[in-house]
Design a protein around this ligand. Structure first.
Ligand code: 5RP
Length: 224
């Protein structure tokens, strides 16, 4: 089955986690785009959404879904987002779409994190997918050297030859060659480096559940 069809399948399955009158968090990416489209189609009666990117906010608004500023709301019932990699404990690499910082903020404010992903995202050890790290531009050289000292290679994300700029006005390094055997320790360490805005390892904000799209149907992985 095509990856696209698997993404559509888990996006529809995630509708079961949306309850009338509740506020939901909405992530970013191609899987989430399908979830937003499905929300629009069923005319879900939730209170509204808090979004993790300008792109998702625009898509939600275009489908008639009210978008709230994260700063103006309290606890969010459920956060629904994709992942670039997810391990057996629900720890993830995120940020392929560049929205990692806002994704972590909305996830931190949510009771549950439902990850929607096709089966290609399930891994034994995080790190094959280049790890996105949002940084303050002036810290780039030193942070790249710090990753080099770990034996990894950090590359500035560029689009059409110019640095990619996040919704927060910062840059992203994509770090190749990592093998993250202790995601929580890694996240806590790199998060402390001066100039790091957000590291794309989601261990503290790991998923509570993953709806994994497989050719045999949706597999629900619950993480204790
Ligand atoms: C965006 C993300 C996405 O969740 C991740 O990149 C997965 O995207 P897709 O659903 O397109 O495969 O973290 O910053």
């Amino acid at each position: 089955m095509m990856q696209d069809a698997l993404k559509a399948m888990v996006a529809r399955a995630a509708l079961a986690y949306v309850n009338p009158g509740e506020l939901i968090g909405v992530g970013t990416g191609s899987t989430v785009d399908k979830f937003i489209d499905a929300l629009g189609l069923i005319g879900a009666e939730m209170a509204g959404a808090v979004s993790s990117s300008n792109a998702s906010s625009a898509r939600l608004t275009a489908r008639g879904i009210r978008v709230f500023d994260c700063a103006d709301v309290g606890e969010i019932a459920v956060y629904i987002d994709g992942a670039d990699e997810i391990d057996a404990n629900g720890c993830m690499i995120k940020g392929g779409g560049g929205a990692l910082t806002r994704e972590k903020i909305v996830a931190a404010q949510s009771r549950q994190f439902i990850c929607i992903a096709d089966e290609s995202k399930k891994v034994e050890v995080l790190g094959h997918f280049p790890l996105p790290v949002e940084i303050i531009p002036m810290a780039r050289g030193r942070i790249m050297r710090q990753f080099a000292e770990m034996g990894a290679r950090a590359q500035l994300r560029c689009v059409d030859g110019v640095p990619y700029v996040t919704d927060n006005g910062q840059h992203i390094l994509d770090v190749h060659g990592l093998h993250i055997t202790n995601p929580l320790a890694f996240e806590e360490d790199v998060s402390q480096w001066p100039g790091v805005v957000c590291v794309g390892v989601f261990a503290r904000q790991r998923a509570s559940c993953c709806l994994l799209g497989t050719p045999g149907g949706v597999r629900t992985l619950n993480f204790a």
